[in-house]
Every structure is written in C-alpha cells, then in structure tokens.
Design a protein around this ligand. Structure first.
Ligand code: UTP
Length: 294
C-alpha cells in the first residue's frame, strides 16, 4: 500500500483579491485570530501524517519561508512574555515535518506551481493544499487532507475533495463532473476550470485539497497553458480522470477561502469562537450585534 508522506503547498500566486495588503505582506501571512494562514495549512498537512512539506513561494513571499525558520531573539521574547502557545505550535511543526521551500520564478499557473515540487516529490504520491484556504475539522473530525489520504491509501486512486456550490459561484472554481459510486464518493468523468453555469450541469466545485498518484507529474510535464495563459492543474486532472482514474469525495470539515475578503472574515470569526481565551466574549458580542442589526 502506497503511503502519502509528502505534500505541496502552492503559495506563489499574486493574491490580487487582497490588494493593497498583499503588496507588502503575502496573503498567506495575514493573521487568522493569532496565527498566519499558512500555519493552519501546514498544521493540517502534519495532522494528516505528512512528513515532507514543499512550500512553493515566489516573488515577495520571503516572509512565508522565514516564518518556519528559527528566530532566537523572537523565541526568547515569546518565552519571556509567557506566549509559549504560538511558539509551541511552530516548534511542533518543525519537529514533525521538514519544511522545504522551492521558488516558482514566474506565476505560470497552479499546474506549474505543483510541477515545481517535482525535485522533492520524486516518484511518490503527494497531497496538494492551497496555501490560502483553511479547512478545519471541529469536535474531533478529521481534516480534509486526512480524509483524502485515507481514501487514497485504501483505493490507490488519486482523490480530490468536492463541495456543492450555488449557480452564481460556479465560475469561481474548477468544476468536476462526477458519477456517484457510494454515498459521498464519486468517480470524476470530466473537469472544467471556471466554467459559466450554463456550460455544465455539475455544481461540484473543487476546494484546494487533493491527493495525487505520481502520474499527474508526467501529465503536468507536457501540459500547455490554457485559461488566462496559465498551466491549469484542472486540465491535467482531466487527463488523469480519463487515464488512471480520479475519485472525488465530499467532506465534513469546515472550509474557509481565507484568500477572499469575506472568507477571511468568516475564518476569523469562526476560529475565534473556538478559541478558549476569546470564544465566550466574542459570542456575547456577536449576540449583542445581532440584536442591533435586527
Ligand atoms: P489563485 O489564482 O486562486 O490565487 O491560485 P492567486 O494567484 O493568489 O490570486 P487571487 O487570490 O485569486 O487574486 C490558487 C492557488 O495557487 C497558487 C496561489 O498562491 C493560490 O494558493 N498559485 C497560483 C501558485 O502558487 N502559482 C501560480 O502561478 C498560480
């Protein structure tokens, strides 16, 4: 049985939905409650048993790579100030996983970003977690990557996550056409990147979590730019579903598009509500606010 021990986190995109903030701070470094978005993504990979994490960074994204380095001055200060919590989170990651960073010298698309990870992935299967999306299994539920890894390890077939979207949101996502094989599990029959709602009957959208067998790397090596002049991961996944096969599954965890303004706010509110130091005060505030908004 093939085990999934490696992951790629593409984080080299320009982040235009967050300008002007992302001109100075990579969007992956924006804080959700008390930690940067990228830390939540890396923690998800580590919880799923990933040991080697390849961060795909690019121009203006040094802060992401630096965050996982040791910084003696900062760590000393955090300890002195009694802020061991955040320090512990980063230390735990460093102990459990190797964080390797690779530069995507030009933002040529998500497919290209994934291919940049090839020197570390070699011929092994791997997970992909988009660096600006957070998924969180509350109340002991497994996170989305854990669910995908389990499915891959059981079936040996590449597996992606899917979620139902409304008509108005179809053109924001890659969309999968599927046949249901059992409850919540599907065989992917085709894929389209950001179609118009009239171009497909499917409303199954792809959030940014995937597990691939290594053949996707061969497909990506000969992929050509398409939509927006970029090498689209979706195009290569379409080839994969017609060759070795591609499964899809729904998930029970929550998912936030933290690279989007509304998603960013939602992630802050929901994760703060779960935070022992903030949760009850925030809940009271939200209840009062709701009264005022009535
Ligand atoms: P997006 O195209 O959705 O994000 O890429 P973006 O480029 O950051 O732009 P905005 O936020 O829509 O304005 C999806 C993911 O793929 C990565 C991005 O960082 C993001 O996590 N990506 C995209 C790359 O790493 N390299 C690329 O060339 C393109």
């Amino acid at each position: 049985m093939l085990k999934v021990k490696k992951a790629i986190i593409p984080a080299a995109g320009l982040g235009t939905r967050f300008l002007p903030a992302t001109k100075t701070v990579p969007k992956e470094m924006l804080t959700i409650v008390d930690a940067p978005i990228i830390l939540y993504v890396v923690e998800e990979a580590v919880q799923a048993g990933i040991e080697d994490i390849v961060l795909i960074a690019g121009r203006g994204k040094h802060a992401i790579e630096d965050f996982f380095d040791t910084s003696y001055e900062l760590e000393d200060k955090l300890l002195k100030d009694g802020k061991e919590n955040l320090l512990e989170r980063v230390t735990r990651i460093r102990e459990k996983a190797n964080i390797i960073s690779i530069r995507q010298k030009q933002a040529l698309g998500l497919g290209h970003a994934v291919l940049c990870g090839l020197p570390i992935i070699g011929n092994e299967p791997f997970a992909v977690l988009l660096g600006d999306e957070i998924t969180m299994g509350f109340h002991g539920e497994p996170n989305v990557t854990s669910q995908l890894v389990k499915s891959f390890e059981e079936t040996g077939t590449s597996t992606i996550s899917v979620m139902k979207v409304e008509d108005k949101d179809v053109s924001k996502y890659g969309i999968a056409e599927v046949e249901e094989t059992s409850r919540g599990f599907f065989k992917v029959t085709s894929l389209m990147e950001k179609p118009k709602p009239s171009e497909t009957k499917s409303r199954w959208a792809l959030p940014g979590r995937y597990v691939f067998d290594n053949s996707i790397m061969d497909i990506l090596q000969s992929a050509k730019p398409t939509l927006n002049g970029e090498i689209q991961l979706t195009d290569s996944m379409k080839v994969l579903c017609q060759s070795k096969g591609l499964n899809a599954m729904t998930f029970t965890a929550e998912r936030y598009d933290a690279g989007d303004k509304l998603g960013y706010l939602q992630a802050n509110i929901e994760l703060a509500l779960q935070n022992p130091a903030l949760g009850s005060e925030l809940k009271n505030y939200i209840l009062q606010l709701a009264q005022r908004l009535k």
